[in-house]
Design a protein around this ligand. Structure first.
Ligand SMILES: Nc1ncnc2c1ncn2[C@@H]1O[C@H](COP(=O)(O)OP(=O)(O)OP(=O)(O)O)[C@@H](O)[C@H]1O
Ligand code: SF4
Ligand SMILES: [Mg+2]
Length: 330
C-alpha cells in the first residue's frame, strides 16, 4: 500500500543574513538557519502523524513545506504518489492543492474579520469552481457548518460574534470546503481553553472517521498528541530524532530527548513518579552543536556524541537517531 503522503529528505534553509551593507561594514558572514534538515516520513491514508518538539525545532516549517507555502531547499513531498514540486504551478498542481488544506493555531488571525462566515467558507468553494450559484453556496456552507457542530444560521454572523472554539470550528469548516483528503493542523487547539480543546479535538476525530481524513498534527502538548495520533515524530533542531507508533513512543520512549519531554508531563506513565521539568534550552539554531545536536543536554552523551551525528535507524518500525540506543547502552 502506498502512503497518501510521503516526505523524502526534506530540508529548508532560511537566509537570515544581515543586509549586504551591514555585513560589509561589520565584516559579518552570511548566516543560515537549517530550519528543517533531512526529514523523511510517510502517512498512510486515514491515519494521524503527530509532530512534537520544543519551540523552533522546525514543526511549522515542515507543515508549510507540505502544503506548498514554502519551496523545499532539498528533498521532495509526494502526495498520492505525485511529486508535488513536479506539478507546481500547473493545473494538476492546483487540483492537488484542493486535496490538502491547512488549519492554523490562531483562528482569529486566519479568518477575515470583515467578512461574514458565509463568505469566509464560500471563498474556497467559489475559487475552485465547486458552486455555480449563491443558493448552492449557501446550501454547502450550511452543511459544512453543521458538520462541525454549528448551525446554518451562523453563516450570517461575523467572526467576532463567536468564541475561540467556535472560530476554530469555522476554520475547520472552511478547510473542509474543498473536500480535502489531507489536513495539516499546526497547533490547532493551543490557543484554546482546555475544556474547549477537547471539544475541538473530538470534532476533528469524528470528521476523520466519517471522511477518512489523513492528518499531520503539530503540537507541543504531549497529552493532546497522545489523544489524537497514530504515530509520533519527535523533532529536535530541524531533524527527526524518533519516529514510532504512539503506543511505543509513550510506553517505551527510546531517545533521551523523547524521555525528557515525557518526563516533564505529570504522571503520563501512571507510576506516581514526580514530574521532572525539561532541562536546559534549545541551542541557537544559527550555531548548532557538533555531532548529535542534543549532546549538550543529554545525560548519556559521550565523546562520540559530540563528534558524530547519529542517523535515524529503523528497528522493527521504530526509528531512533541515537548512538547510545544503537550501542545498546540505553
Ligand atoms: N520565514 C523564516 N525566516 C527565517 N527563519 C525562519 C523562518 N521561519 C522559521 N524560521 C526559523 O526556523 C526555525 C524553525 O522554526 P519553526 O517555526 O518551523 O519552528 P516550530 O517548531 O514551529 O516552533 P514553534 O513551536 O515555536 O511554533 C526557527 O529557528 C525559526 O526561527
Ligand atoms: S547520540 Fe549521544 S548525545 Fe545524542 S541523544 Fe544519543 S546518547 Fe544523547
Ligand atoms: Mg510552529
Amino acid at each position: 500500500m502506498t502512503a497518501l503522503v510521503e516526505v523524502k529528505d526534506l530540508a529548508k534553509t532560511f537566509d537570515v543574513s544581515a543586509p549586504w551593507l551591514n555585513r560589509v561594514i561589520e565584516r559579518k558572514p552570511r548566516e543560515f538557519v537549517h530550519a528543517v534538515d533531512g526529514v523523511s516520513f510517510q502517512i498512510e491514508r486515514g491515519r494521524t502523524l503527530a509532530l512534537v518538539g520544543e519551540s523552533g525545532c522546525g514543526k511549522s516549517t515542515v507543515a508549510r513545506l507540505l502544503v506548498g507555502l514554502y519551496k523545499p531547499s532539498r528533498g521532495s513531498v509526494y502526495f498520492d504518489g505525485i511529486d508535488t514540486q513536479a506539478v507546481a504551478g500547473t493545473a494538476a498542481g492546483r487540483a492537488l492543492h484542493r486535496r490538502m488544506q491547512m488549519i492554523f493555531q490562531d483562528p482569529y488571525a486566519s479568518l477575515n474579520p470583515r467578512w461574514k462566515v458565509l463568505d469566509i467558507i464560500a471563498e474556497p468553494l467559489r475559487e475552485h469552481g465547486l458552486v455555480d450559484t449563491d443558493a448552492q453556496a449557501k446550501q454547502r456552507v450550511g452543511e459544512l457548518l453543521q458538520s462541525v457542530g454549528l448551525s446554518s444560521a451562523d453563516m450570517d454572523k461575523f467572526p467576532h460574534q463567536f468564541s475561540g472554539g467556535q472560530r476554530q470550528r469555522i476554520s475547520i469548516a472552511r478547510a473542509l470546503a474543498t473536500q480535502p483528503e489531507f489536513l495539516v493542523c499546526d497547533e490547532p487547539t493551543s490557543a484554546l481553553d482546555v475544556s474547549v480543546q477537547a471539544q475541538v479535538l473530538n470534532i476533528m476525530k469524528d470528521l476523520q472517521r466519517q471522511r477518512g481524513l489523513t492528518y499531520l498534527f503539530i503540537s507541543h502538548n504531549l497529552a493532546v498528541v497522545r489523544h489524537v495520533s497514530d504515530e509520533v515524530g519527535v523533532m529536535y533542531l530541524g531533524r527527526l530524532v524518533e519516529l514510532a507508533p504512539k503506543r511505543e513512543l509513550f510506553g517505551r520512549p527510546r531517545h533521551p530527548y523523547t524521555r525528557m519531554l515525557l518526563d516533564a508531563i505529570p504522571d503520563i506513565h501512571m507510576t506516581g513518579r514526580a514530574r521532572t521539568p525539561v532541562q536546559g534550552e534549545v541551542p541557537n539554531p544559527l550555531n548548532p552543536p557538533s555531532g548529535c545536536a542534543f549532546h549538550p543536554r543529554c545525560p548519556h552523551a559521550n565523546a562520540r556524541c559530540s563528534r558524530e551525528r547519529p542517523v535515524l535507524q529503523d528497528r522493527q518500525g521504530i526509528k531512533v537517531a541515537c548512538h547510545a540506543v544503537e550501542e545498546g547502552r540505553l
